[in-house]
Design a protein around this ligand. Sequence first.
Ligand SMILES: CC(C)(COP(=O)(O)OP(=O)(O)OC[C@H]1O[C@@H](n2cnc3c(N)ncnc32)[C@H](O)[C@@H]1OP(=O)(O)O)[C@@H](O)C(=O)NCCC(=O)NCCS
Length: 185
Amino acid sequence: MDLSPINMADRVDKDWFSVRNAKLEDAGDVWRIVQEAGWVPFSLQLIKAYMEIAKDGWWVAEVDGKVVGCVMLYGFNETYTFLGILIVEAEYRGKGIGKTLKKEVDSFAGDRTISLVGGEAGMPVYFKWGFKRSIRGSLVKYRFTTIKIPLSHDGESKYKIKDYSEVDWKAILDYDTSFHVIPRE
Ligand SMILES: CC(C)(COP(=O)(O)OP(=O)(O)OC[C@H]1O[C@@H](n2cnc3c(N)ncnc32)[C@H](O)[C@@H]1OP(=O)(O)O)[C@@H](O)C(=O)NCCC(=O)NCCS
């Protein structure tokens, strides 16, 4: 199966904002948006790693050349995709940017399930978009599970953060498969 985007433009221009495919050079802006949203368990390295892993699956929204929103869709396999880092800067929310980012994600996903793990705060929007709260592994079109995000800055963690270049990818993939149930292809 060809998993490349279907009839998608590299850039969608609206009256006052545009949405375009993101490049690795956008990682700094995405990281700024993630930090402003208070999503603590992330780092610039992690964003870069996601951008390298989910090649072609990133979009950013721009207003007057400034990146103000982002989203990632990672294609696990022929039936399952994972949506992440869907954030619009606070002052630009409620004006249709999130919806436009979601549209790109929908085109990219095609018939595949779009799964996300999100916080309770996002639930009104997930429901609006047709997502159903669901257990891991089930393959409805839109599904989400919830976690409590963000973690507090002083929260205890038993994990150490390493640079992603030092990571054993086989171990990460094995862990990921145990978490997501569905193996990546
Ligand atoms: C979720 C988020 C990305 C949406 O972006 P946005 O630009 O504000 O979204 P839009 O203005 O395009 O609105 C999207 C839809 O949700 C609706 N909506 C927006 N905020 C809503 C709210 N608080 N309650 C109910 N519906 C809401 C809009 O009416 C719109 O409906 P439509 O598609 O029928 O027109 C943005 O609010 C955000 O960054 N939130 C914080 C981060 C977050 O929770 N991300 C999701 C985790 S995966």
